[in-house]
Write a protein that binds this ligand. Sequence first.
Ligand code: GN1
Ligand code: MG
Length: 359
Amino acid sequence: MDTQDLCQIVGHFSVRGGVTGIRPLGNGLINDTFLVETDGPDNYVLQRINQSIFRDVDLLQHNIDCVTRHIREKLVSAGESDIERKVLRFLPERATGKSYWTDGKQWWRVSVFIRDALTFEAVTPEYARCAGSAFGRFEALLADLPDTLGETIPDFHNMELRSRQLREAVAADAAGRMADPEVRSLVSEIRALEEEMCKAERMYREGVLPKRICHCDTKVNNMLFDRDGSVLCVIDLDTVMPSFVFSDFGDFLRTAANTGAEDDPDLGKVSFNMEIFKAFAGGYLASAGAFLTPVERENLPFAATLFPYMQAVRFLTDYLGGDTYYKIQYPEHNLVRTRAQWKLFCSAREKVDEMAALI
Ligand code: GN1
Ligand code: MG
């Protein structure tokens, strides 16, 4: 797709000013994202929604419209300043007024690019504390959302489902990768802990663990920071849906507390950083502490292990299935990601007692 085509797509939305440039933005693994520069007052973010993953784009955009409207109203009634930098604004499509445009084959949306914001792949403890309090606040802001949100990916963070998908991928062995002894040993190490790692779903069935509206993709690079370290805005709202609070707590730490990269080929660099845990948990408990139940609170260390575990399961499932879900840069990428997430999980698991003491 060239700049001219992208320009035409942008033309379906009511952008202000003329487009002066379009270039790829960020490194998300699912959607395609571009920065649209203009000679008008704002720049924009153009995204192609991955419709093989988000099957119901109407529902997806309905969720996003509800969430952004609700947060905006709350910020206005709290008398906040600089609101345009604190919540995303999606542009209406000119003909339909909807927040997306489709030609029936591809789905696109445009939001206003938030100025002077910083993104990170790794954070300092100080930024982690701010992020913790931002996520607690995000969940608190959405606690009284009047609209019903659908699950844009049903059972997205359901560990029982993810385990079943791994078992199915092992049985099907679609890409013939089970022949590799390393893969077989990863599968058996992962599966040995399956029961233990599916405890949230059991607690939910027993009625002792609630679902709340969560973000469900709290990777550190889904947050926009201001220069002073405070979190301006939480982005990437595709997966906002009812889930356990473990989702947001665990997925942030999975990325931020990793001393290496998500896909680090050097496992020596990967470990779970307790300084980040301490700062993030401190910030989170300061803003979410009031609504968390004792069961939620005491399982936060479990959440810190659950997400590297779940991500290892998801990357390995995709590897076994022939790399159909996550974008990859080289053939073994999903295996390298699996190894790194597994290493991170093992490191976090060694530290759960220490985490519990801090909580
Ligand atoms: C995907 O879109 P992105 O890159 O922020 C994925 C997350 C994974 C993450 C792993 C819809 O997030 O669940 O944790 O990759 N999103 C979806 O990096 O599957
Ligand atoms: Mg993202």
